[in-house]
Ligand binder design. Structure first.
Ligand SMILES: *Cc1c(COP(=O)(O)O)cnc(C)c1O
Length: 394
């Protein structure tokens, strides 16, 4: 690891194994035939996707392009869960006709159902995504507060009822409901609300479902946060009051919980410098690679010191990235002086980083996978020769 050029990402596949085993053991102990779909958007590296496929997870995709990526990664269509508003008609119809689990999200998809194969529709696995006011159930925990989440057909505004009536009117079976909610807290309360709303919707519209999809949004491998067992226990306790699990299956769609904790980002100090009021340790990595939305306020990290200073002075140093943005700053350390070539390893940065990180100033770093003590390069840094050369004026 010492010779590898920083910055780079390192996927810890043993950690991934452990988390996934833990999730599976816990989930299947409640629902032995439950379905786990891996949320592609969280980290869409081909090596990560094929890992999840190897472990028999379904593909959870939220656009036509992700759906095509799943097919490209050899997913059979009946192991794809097709969600989100970004489905195109062609892929929507193909997915419905070939047995994907498709959760409808928009009115145009309702109309597209009429263009699907009539025979296939009888065997289809179609669900409706339910929008409900999560803020009412979990004050201050939802992402959008009083402005409402925007996904799915609203229970409160009556659009869910209209969608259900559309299915009934055209004699198309509603196989499932989908209730994924992203929250600020990932708390057990969120899943309590999801389960309660599921029961309410099933009762109110007399639905006879093959599945309830509770979505993703779990913590995984984070100390002090709910465990997989805590989440599934919460869901089980509520749903089991009214749901017969021999008829109605449970689907979950984890992303962050699996890949978040399993990936590190390794950077080196390239300079330590003083200014009038401050001292900076400049890294060859950047916050844009691990916190593209610039929202993180806490980091889990290790520091590898290449040499120990004889005189230990305690000086505040601000760690900052290589970009030209002044807000490309991580955090402050004061216990010892950093030196050039010391390494900072940021931990648990696998979710939403690779897929969201921009090619700003530097191209995407190398990505390695660590497996049983061996390190393998899974995606190499593009060299500038291959970068956006199409359409160059010659
Ligand atoms: C993003 C997303 C997920 C995964 O969410 P995590 O917070 O990464 O677990 C699951 N389902 C849907 C529909 C999503 O949009």
């Amino acid at each position: 690891m010492n010779e590898m050029k920083t910055p780079y990402f390192l996927i810890d596949s043993n950690q991934l194994d452990e988390l996934l085993e833990d999730m599976k053991n816990s989930f299947y102990s409640f629902w032995s035939n439950g379905i786990i779909g891996y949320s592609f958007k969280t980290n869409n590296l081909c090596s990560v996707i094929s890992y999840m496929k190897d472990k028999e997870l379904f593909a959870e995709v939220v656009s036509s392009d992700e759906y095509l990526l799943a097919k490209k990664c050899n997913y059979p269509i009946n192991q794809i869960i097709f969600n989100g508003p970004a489905k195109r008609k062609k892929e929507f119809i193909e997915a419905v006709d070939n047995g994907a689990i498709v959760n409808l999200e928009t009115k145009r998809e309702l109309r597209w159902l009429l263009d699907c194969n009539k025979e296939a529709l009888k065997k289809s696995k179609l669900g409706i995504r339910v929008n409900f006011c999560i803020e009412d159930y979990c004050p201050n925990e939802s992402q959008c507060g009083e402005e409402d989440g925007r996904f799915g057909f609203s229970y409160e505004a009556g659009e869910l009822k209209e969608a259900i009536l559309f299915f009934k009117e055209h004699k198309i079976k509603i196989s499932g409901i989908h209730l994924h909610c992203s929250s600020k807290t990932r708390s057990l309360n969120i899943y309590k609300a999801i389960s309660e709303v599921a029961l309410k919707v099933i009762k109110e519209y007399s639905l006879d479902l093959n599945y309830i999809d509770v979505g993703g949004g779990f913590f995984g491998g984070v100390e002090g946060k709910p465990t997989f067992k805590d989440y599934f226990d919460t869901i089980y306790k509520i749903l089991s009051k009214d749901v017969d699990f021999t008829k109605t299956n449970i689907i979950i769609e984890p992303g962050m919980a699996l890949i978040g904790a399993s990936m590190n980002y390794v950077t080196s100090v390239i300079d330590v410098k003083k200014t009038k009021n401050n001292t900076f340790a400049v890294l060859d990595g950047s916050r844009i690679h691990i916190d593209p939305l610039m929202r993180k306020s806490m980091y889990t990290y290790d520091i590898i010191r290449k040499k120990i200073n004889l005189v230990n002075s305690k000086v505040d140093q601000i760690l900052c990235g290589f970009t030209c943005m002044e807000n490309d700053r991580f955090f402050k350390i004061s216990d010892f002086m950093l030196n050039e070539t010391d390494q900072i390893i940021f931990k648990k940065v696998g979710a939403y980083t690779i897929s969201l990180s921009p090619q700003f100033i530097e191209l995407h770093p190398d990505i390695y996978i660590l497996k049983d003590g061996q390190i393998e390069l899974v995606q190499s840094r593009k060299e500038i020769e291959n970068f956006r050369m199409e359409g160059v004026y010659k």
